[in-house]
Design a protein around this ligand. Structure first.
Ligand SMILES: [Zn+2]
Length: 107
């Protein structure tokens, strides 16, 4: 996973930013980010939005990344009873039909 780092103040961003939200500098560079974090919250979707009707039910979650930043990902192959708030997770990518790519979160 890639984020950006501000060369002016050192702030690290995920998702990547063209301008620093701390000092407004545009002097940023790409940096590798840990693909690990902790679950902040989650929910299971039973009525999918347009384009996702064929994959319900699925569970999505917000993950607080190590080093800062959050992302919305899919809990891949997990049952709700196995999920805890604050649980450590790994994050990868998963391709869906139709050239869609999601963040796949694994317990
Ligand atoms: Zn900055």
């Amino acid at each position: 996973m890639a984020g950006t780092k501000c060369n002016s103040c050192g702030a690290v961003h995920f998702p990547p930013r063209a301008d620093c939200d701390q000092c407004m500098s545009s002097d940023v560079e790409w940096v590798d980010r840990e693909s690990k974090g902790k679950i902040v919250t989650y929910t299971t979707i039973h009525a999918g939005p347009t384009g996702f009707e064929d994959v319900v039910p699925y569970t999505i979650c917000v993950v607080e990344l190590e080093g800062g930043g959050r992302l919305l990902g899919w809990l891949d192959e997990a049952q709700e009873e196995d999920i805890d708030i604050g649980q450590d997770v790994d994050i990868g990518l998963k391709e869906l039909e139709g050239d869609r790519v999601i963040y796949a979160v694994r317990l």
